[in-house]
Design a protein around this ligand. Sequence first.
Ligand SMILES: [Zn+2]
Length: 470
Amino acid sequence: MRLGFFGAAGEVTGSCTLVETGDTRFLVDCGMFQGGPEARAKNLKALNFGFDVRKIDFVLLTHAHIDHSGLLPRLAVLGYKGPIYATPATIDLLEVLLPDSAHIQEKEAEWQLRHRHRRGKDERGIPAPLYTVAQAQAALALLRPVPYGQTIVPTDAVKVCFHDAGHILGSAWLEVTASGEGRPRKLVFSGDLGMPGRPVLRDPEKVVPTADVLLIESTYGDRLHRSLPETEDEIVAAIGRTHAAHGNLIIPSFAVGRTQEIIYLLADLVRRQRIAPLKVFVDSPMANAATQITYAHPELLDDETRALIAWQKVHPQKMKLEFVTDVEASKALNEIRSGAVIISASGMCEAGRIKYHLRENLPRSECSILIAGFQAAGTLGRRLVDGARLVHIFGQPVPVRARIYTVGGLSAHADQAALLGWLGGFHEAPGHTFVVHGETGASENFARAIEQKLGWQNVNRPQAGEFFSL
Ligand SMILES: [Zn+2]
């Protein structure tokens, strides 16, 4: 058996692992590299490097995040025609996320073209989009739904079962049995694992007792998250202060996962009478779609969330939730001077409707901005977290007089203790462990924690492009 690592090796994006067993070849995830100027070159190189996509028998997809799924259309462009297996909720999310990813790339290419024309140059050297909306649609046609707990047999040599990973809606860790070469071998792919005890989704399902090969993510393998009660206290403080000052509360949020988590936390705080009744606007087409898809899958939600949704139905006036769809209604939100909570995307304030809300509310000292997610270096969100007194939005200077709150405890990823807790479900150490999907420091630190706290051996940190024969 051979494993090839094409991304998320020494970094957190571009998840893509090739498995060869006997005559069977398959991929686990096919994600886009994101962030940094070199991402585009890596995306172009990833699938032309090291394997022929037409010789892949099937693809297993752990979840819908673009850093795990974003190169699936590229795979199809390069000639892949086989099945892509994913859970039904993952497929629902991809139907929104992949065309959106293509749309962003088409817009970026158009912008570059206009920019060159303005400078009197021709289009030579303009990078084409990685894929178009039509090509994303073509890739969607290859998706095949697999519910949790159902074993599929993609080829005679391979059996696969998807288990709930509790990370985002539809996310899975994979149990794969490969019998292409002699004795059947068990492989476990963690995908991205959620933080147990957090609202909306169920906790990650317990791992199988034994495995020959394990791939484990390590995004937060070197740290512990702040507790949920601390996070709630921070939200209560932000709402209390904004209410007293007669301003608005603006929450930049990732559309998938984080928005639904914030809606849950706000409704729960109202129900427990820790905050007064609220009027909440969700103003992002993507967040609206992701929230509707979440509500369409009540079977995937945890008991607390189902109970809270039932309470909201009985008490709709306690937290009025409005999904803003058209652009005019979004602009009308700018007229509201106080009492509104506006959740909008993008999560790092770089694109989308959030920029309009920040332009309107940042200069007003009575307003507050609640930052509830990771902000990469160089983004508008990061500048706000870092305490900038002046930012630029749409090329115009905007003074920052609103209060900025940073809420630390929300994360879709398990922290070190939760990752080790999940690995503790193994009755014995896997034959080979590969620590993936983490920045160098996080994955090094986590690999050491596995060796020292669990006493495991054969713990590897693969590099991009590296192959292992097992
Ligand atoms: Zn993810």
